[in-house]
Write a protein that binds this ligand. Structure first.
Ligand SMILES: Nc1ncnc2c1ncn2[C@@H]1O[C@H](COP(=O)(O)OP(=O)(O)O)[C@@H](O)[C@H]1O
Ligand SMILES: [Mg+2]
Length: 278
């Protein structure tokens, strides 16, 4: 081996190590959206949205009302399929797989991509049944005791177990608003989703219940990819690592949350975060 090849191979090794380090630094992309357009009849609600959602972290969607945040969220579990006259074009990949592939089982997709809504919406059933419902219909447990274990683990992960363990047979709708929302999170978690979509999950809650949900979101990001729509800039800053700013159907700017809130690049983002409109 002469000097030239040695230095070549050294250079190659250094480049490979650097690439690895960079890859380790940057979380993997869980959801990739490419030029997504959404129409409700003639209304063009989302325009060429291209966005990467990193794995096991929290991404916040912010922007004024009506700018398309919920519409985009619903693209990710194909909830827009259920809206008459709604048409989605472009590409959305989860782990590199096209979720609009006609061969894809949408029921299975919705187990992989859970959703939590603005208004807590427990089923009018017992606390236990609220959480057991998903695992049961997806056949995730082989026995009653296994199902009970899933329910307990989900309630624990949603930090609700201690408050409800002695009244699992009581109705879920009898809980406080904050507890109901944690029950809905437990219900979403129970089927072991990979992605959890949260559409303004705290807007119906008081500050204490909100703080508990924010803490929970922070814990959940160790295991799940979370996307949260929020009207609260403080909340986005507290819970998310990445932020996307939506405005009139386009994603104006995305970046690390800290950067979006301290040094936004686009004037529209600046105006929004400083409260000039919204
Ligand atoms: N089911 C629907 N049918 C028709 N238009 C809709 C529907 N849902 C949302 N839109 C319209 O699409 C645009 C984006 O709405 P939305 O995604 O709800 O915004 P955001 O969540 O940011 O407030 C709005 O102009 C809204 O009126
Ligand atoms: Mg919305």
């Amino acid at each position: 081996m002469n000097d030239t090849t040695m230095s070549d191979s050294t250079a190659a090794a250094v480049a490979a190590a650097a690439a690895l380090a960079k890859a380790a630094d940057q979380p993997a992309v869980k959801v990739h959206a490419d030029k997504v357009d959404v129409y409700y009849g003639d209304k063009h609600a989302l325009k060429a949205v291209t966005l990467d959602i990193p794995e096991r972290s929290v991404t916040a969607f912010i922007g004024p009302s009506g700018c398309g945040k919920s519409t985009f969220l619903r693209c990710i579990n194909r909830m827009n399929d259920t809206i008459d006259g709604c048409r989605v074009t472009g590409e959305i990949l989860i782990d590199g797989g096209d979720i609009y592939d006609p061969r894809l089982d949408v029921v299975e997709l919705r187990a992989r991509v859970g959703m939590v809504f603005q208004k807590p919406n427990p089923f009018p059933k017992s606390i236990f049944e609220n959480v057991a419902y998903g695992p049961r219909i997806h056949g995730l447990s082989r026995s009653k005791s296994e199902l009970a274990e899933i329910v307990e683990a989900s309630l624990k992960r949603a930090s609700l177990w201690e408050e409800v363990k002695d009244r699992l047979q009581e109705s879920g709708t009898g809980l406080s608003g904050g507890q109901q929302q944690r029950l809905c999170i437990a219900r979403a978690i129970a089927v072991s989703p990979e992605v959890i979509l949260m559409d303004e999950p705290c807007s119906a809650l008081d500050p204490i219940a909100t703080a508990r949900i924010e803490e929970l979101i922070d814990e959940l990001k160790a295991n799940f990819t979370i996307i949260i729509v929020t009207h609260s800039m403080q909340q986005a800053a507290r819970v998310s690592q990445k932020t996307a700013f939506f405005h009139l159907g386009v994603v104006v700017e995305t970046g690390p949350t800290e950067q979006i809130f301290t040094t936004p690049q686009d004037k529209r983002t600046q105006d929004y975060i400083t409260g000039r409109f919204g």
